[in-house]
Each structure stands twice: as structure tokens, then as C-alpha cells.
Write a protein that binds this ligand. Structure first.
Ligand code: DAH
Length: 362
């Protein structure tokens, strides 16, 4: 090979480098020139067979070609890289002004019943109440008899009870119709003094705009030696102010009847409806939110307490009811329809944990 041939080779290779349109084509050129079997590599290999006096000059010349081609390859690669990047930048454009997807924590919603449940728990916990629990599937004894509702009592009919099939001994389990059986279970399991609330699900065979077969109640129970009606009224009033986040509430204590309390009362909260908004503490509309009273001596006796030594009060509050009132949700059935649009509208952020320190619903 003559120096002229080397010049031609160099020109061919540099042309090929300049002509490579993308990184893959450039790589082919590199392999064809500098790869193991590439044209320059082959020339280098042929040096060994040359006479010593020719080898030096020819070697230097081939090396010169090699350096020139390698440099050209490097420069072309840089140019192609930059072009590829520019192309990606222009084709894969990201609109940074789009709103960021919030992810599960931001998008999930807490159901208003859960939120109100937590609000109620927070308020009573602050007053020193402990949380008690009982089973949804109850015995007739806990749901009725021990609560001073004997076999033939008309109150049993009013409860629209869901019963399970009769067992061999003739007894029937049932879905609890109220949270009051948790009073019995708590008193059976512990000695006075007691100060508990028991939030939970309850079941009645009933369904219309304000009734669903499953709904939620909170039971309250305070037993001590001198607990009286004044304490009951104060607790309920303090609760309502905290819950509705107002300085004053209008409450109406109406004489009523429950077998497990004596005397018994029903409590209404006063409100005004201004457009779609419900204002608690104003106006002259009333909504019944709970039943309450002093625990009947028979109930105390049924759990082995001595009514001449201890007494106390109890109350039962409808969670769904006061949730509707506080957050202006008109139809109870929507609570359980699992409609995402409803949940997005009325639901709460996952991190909006109600605390008294921060403000319950802020
Ligand atoms: N258990 C009653 C009901 O579901 C509500 C109730 C009334 C509970 C008076 C009480 C109470 O603890 O004292 O209708």
C-alpha cells in the first residue's frame, strides 16, 4: 500500500464518518475502520510482515490515519448525541403547568360517618370517657332482657329486629338494634365507676329517606355514686357545642320513655335552614338527635350492681343523624350507596384527622 492509497483510505473513512446519519450508522463505520477486522486494524496487523526499514515510516502513517479517523468519529458522535437529545427534548415535551396527581393519600376520601365517628370519639375522650366495644351479633339477653325489655315488652316490636335462625336450645341470636347492649357488657365486665362511650353499627329492618337497615350510634354510660341528671345535661351540652363548633346551642330535653332509663328524655337540637346551609344554635327548627336518661335500677341489678350504692346516666346518639345535620347531607341512603361523586364531595381528606386542639373540622 502506497502513501496515496493511505490518503484515499483516510478520505473514504472520513467521508463515511461525515455521512453517518445516526448513532447506529456511525457505529458501523467505527467497526469497519477500527474494529477487530476493521480496515485500519488489518493494516496494523500487516506491519509485522514488513521489512524493518519500511515498517517505521508506514507504521507512523497508518497511526496518523487511525488518529484522524478516531477523532472524526468522536466529534461526529458528540454531534449526533446532541442532535438526539435535542430531538427527544422537543418530542417528549412535559407540560410542567399541569396539576400534579395527588396519589392515594391525596385522592382517597374518608367517609363522613367515619369522620364524625372520630370527631365524637375525640370530644368524649377529652372529657375522660373510655371507648368500649361489643359484637354486632348479639344475644337476646344483652340486646333486650338485661336492658329491662322483657319477652313480651312492646319495645321489642318497635325495634324491627333481624333475627338469626333458632338454635337447638330455642334461643335466637340477632343483629343488635342499638348500641345499648354494650352498656350491659361493660358493666358485666367491670366494677364502677365507669365512664364510657361505645360507637358502633346497629341494624333494623327499615328503609326510607331517613332510615337504612344499618346505621350508626354512640352509646354513652356514666356510673358512679352521685352522678345525676345535671351531669348528663352538662355532658350533652358540652358535647353539642364542641361537635357543632358553636359557642351556644339550643337544646330541648323532652320527657320520653325508654325501658332502660328512668326518667327518660329525648333531646332535640335547634337549627335554622338558610338556603342549603344549616345553622346550629339559631332558628326554630328542631331535630331529634338522641335519647337519654338515668340508668334504670333494674338494669343495674341485672348486671349485679347495687342500685342503692351506684347510679348513673346513659345516652344513645345517632351518628348518621348528626353527620347529616352538621355537614348538610340531605339523604341518608346516599351514605351507603358507594357513589364516588358523593364521596368526593362530602368526604374528608385522609390527613384531616379531627382534633380538638386544631379544630374538629378545619
Ligand atoms: N337505645 C336507644 C335507641 O336505639 C337509644 C337510647 C335511649 C340509648 C336512651 C340510651 C338511652 O342509652 O339512655 O333507640
Amino acid at each position: 500500500m502506497t502513501p496515496t492509497d493511505l490518503d484515499t483510505l483516510q478520505r473514504d473513512l472520513l467521508d463515511a464518518v461525515a455521512g453517518a446519519g445516526d448513532l447506529a450508522a456511525l457505529e458501523d463505520v467505527r467497526v469497519a475502520a477500527l474494529g477487530k477486522k476493521g480496515r485500519i486494524s488489518e493494516l496494523m496487523k500487516s506491519l509485522g510482515a514488513m521489512p524493518a526499514e519500511e515498517r517505521k515510516a508506514f507504521g507512523q502513517a497508518v497511526n496518523g490515519v487511525k488518529t484522524a479517523v478516531a477523532e472524526a468519529l468522536g466529534a461526529r458522535k458528540q454531534a449526533l448525541d446532541a442532535g438526539a437529545l435535542a430531538e427527544r427534548l422537543s418530542s417528549e415535551r412535559a407540560d410542567v403547568t399541569l396539576p400534579v396527581r395527588q396519589g392515594p393519600l391525596g385522592e382517597g376520601r374518608i367517609h363522613p360517618v367515619s369522620q364524625v365517628w372520630d370527631e365524637i370519639t375525640e370530644i368524649f375522650a377529652d372529657m375522660g370517657f373510655a371507648i368500649a366495644e361489643g359484637p354486632d351479633i348479639e344475644t337476646d339477653h344483652h340486646n333486650f332482657t338485661a336492658l329491662n325489655i322483657p319477652e313480651e315488652h312492646p319495645a321489642r316490636q318497635e325495634h324491627d329486629t333481624f333475627y338469626f335462625n333458632e338454635r337447638e336450645d330455642g334461643s335466637r341470636m340477632l343483629l343488635r338494634t342499638h348500641t345499648s347492649p354494650v352498656q350491659i357488657r361493660t358493666m358485666e365486665a367491670s366494677e364502677p365507676p365507669l365512664r364510657i362511650i361505645a360507637p358502633g353499627r346497629v341494624y333494623r329492618c327499615d328503609s326510607d329517606q331517613t332510615h337504612t337497615p344499618m346505621f350508626h350510634q354512640v352509646e354513652g354510660l356514666v356510673i358512679d355514686e352521685e352522678t345525676h341528671l345535671g351531669h348528663l345535661k352538662w355532658v350533652l351540652e358540652a358535647f353539642c357545642k364542641a361537635f357543632f363548633e358553636v359557642d351556644a346551642v339550643k337544646m330541648r330535653f323532652r320527657a320520653s320513655h325508654f325501658p332502660f332509663t328512668e326518667p327518660s328524655m329525648e333531646v332535640d337540637v335547634g337549627y335554622a335552614k338558610v338556603g342549603d346551609e344549616i345553622r346550629i344554635g339559631e332558628g326554630d327548627q328542631w331535630l331529634e338527635i338522641l335519647g337519654c336518661g338515668m340508668v334504670h335500677p333494674n338494669v343495674l341489678r341485672n348486671v349485679g350492681y347495687d342500685p342503692s350504692k351506684v347510679q348513673g346516666f346513659a345516652f344513645g346518639l345517632g351518628i348518621d343523624r348528626i353527620a347529616m345535620l352538621k355537614y348538610g347531607m340531605p339523604d341518608l341512603r346516599a351514605f351507603f350507596a358507594a357513589d364516588l361523586r358523593w364521596l368526593r364531595h362530602y368526604g374528608f381528606g385522609v390527613l384531616d384527622v379531627p382534633t380538638l386542639a386544631r379544630g374538629l373540622s378545619r
